[in-house]
Write a protein that binds this ligand. Sequence first.
Ligand code: FES
Length: 112
Amino acid sequence: MNTTTAPLDLCATDDVADGEIRRGELPDGHPLAIYNIGGEFFVTDDICSHGEASLSEDGMLDGHEVECSWHFGKFDVRTGEATAMPCEIPLRVWPVRIENGRVCIDPAACDA
Ligand code: FES
C-alpha cells in the first residue's frame, strides 16, 4: 500500500501544449496519457483498451475525445467512456491535481 501523501508529479503543465497528448508513467512503469484540452488537464491509461496502441503516440484529440488511430475507436478522456466502436471497454481515468505548475495525480488513486 502506498502511504505517501505527496502528489505524484507527472510533468510540467508547459510540457503539454493545448490540444496535445504526452506520455507519462507511474513509478512502477504503468503508462499514462496526459491531455491538455484548453488548459484543462486529464490523465488516462495510455494503452487503448481495444488493442495495444499507445494513445499518447497514436491518439488524436477531438474536443474531449481521443481517437485511437489504429482502428478509430474513441474515448471521452473526462470519464474514460468508450464512445466509438470498436472500443467498448472504458479507459481508466486518474484524478488530476495541478500543483505549482505541475501535472500531478493523487497517490491515493494509485492504490485502487
Ligand atoms: S487498438 Fe485502439 S481502436 Fe483498436
